[in-house]
Design a protein. Structure first.
Length: 189
């Protein structure tokens, strides 16, 4: 396991503040105060608030991309792949609810990395939709609008960061299994 650096701590603290207040409302001074250091000290670890946002969002988007690539390249059925995608979302969200808030709410504030982020997001959605389309073709999934299926599933998965922190009584595995049952049962042919 990788030891947490001061920069990692700074990014984690900033993500919590971004979740609580929104990216635009948080200053470098707010981050420094939350860490118990002087604002000038932050610049020893990071160059700007924008760099922090880039680190949060791009690292999560790349984590989703890598996870999805592994799922797509497996020899599982399309329904199993969708179930694995649900597990991927639950796992990443459980491990970083604050970062997921930034991914969902603050991505439009990206400057230099916005185009790259949108490329990752669009490719993710295209791949997700392709799995659904293949499932419809192979008669694993009901013949309903694949985009509506994707929208319904992603809307639920993208909002997990709001819900998961209040579910300490449920394990990550239980949440993933129950979400898979609910989300996939409705499309299972």
């Amino acid at each position: 396991m990788k030891l947490e650096t001061r920069k990692d701590e700074l990014i984690k603290t900033a993500a919590i503040l971004f979740k609580e207040k929104g990216y635009s409302a948080v200053t470098m001074r707010d981050i420094a105060t939350a860490m118990g250091i002087k604002a000038a000290s932050l610049y020893n670890h990071i160059s700007s608030k924008q760099e922090i946002l880039n680190e949060i969002i791009i690292s999560l988007a790349e984590e989703f991309t890598k996870g999805l690539e592994l799922i797509v390249n497996s020899d599982k059925s399309n329904l199993d792949k969708l179930s694995q995608i649900i597990t991927l979302h639950v796992t990443i969200t459980t491990n970083n609810t604050s970062g997921m808030a930034s991914l969902n709410n603050d991505w439009m504030h990206l400057e230099d990395q916005l185009e790259y982020y949108l490329e990752l997001r669009n490719n993710y959605e295209k791949t997700f939709l392709n799995i659904i389309n293949q499932g419809v073709k192979s008669s694993e999934i009901k013949k309903v609008n694949p985009e509506i299926i994707m929208f319904s599933m992603l809307s639920t998965l993208r909002s997990l960061y709001l819900w998961i922190p209040n579910k300490e009584d449920s394990s990550e595995n239980d949440i993933a299994n129950q979400l898979s049952t609910i989300l996939i049962q409705g499309i299972n042919k």
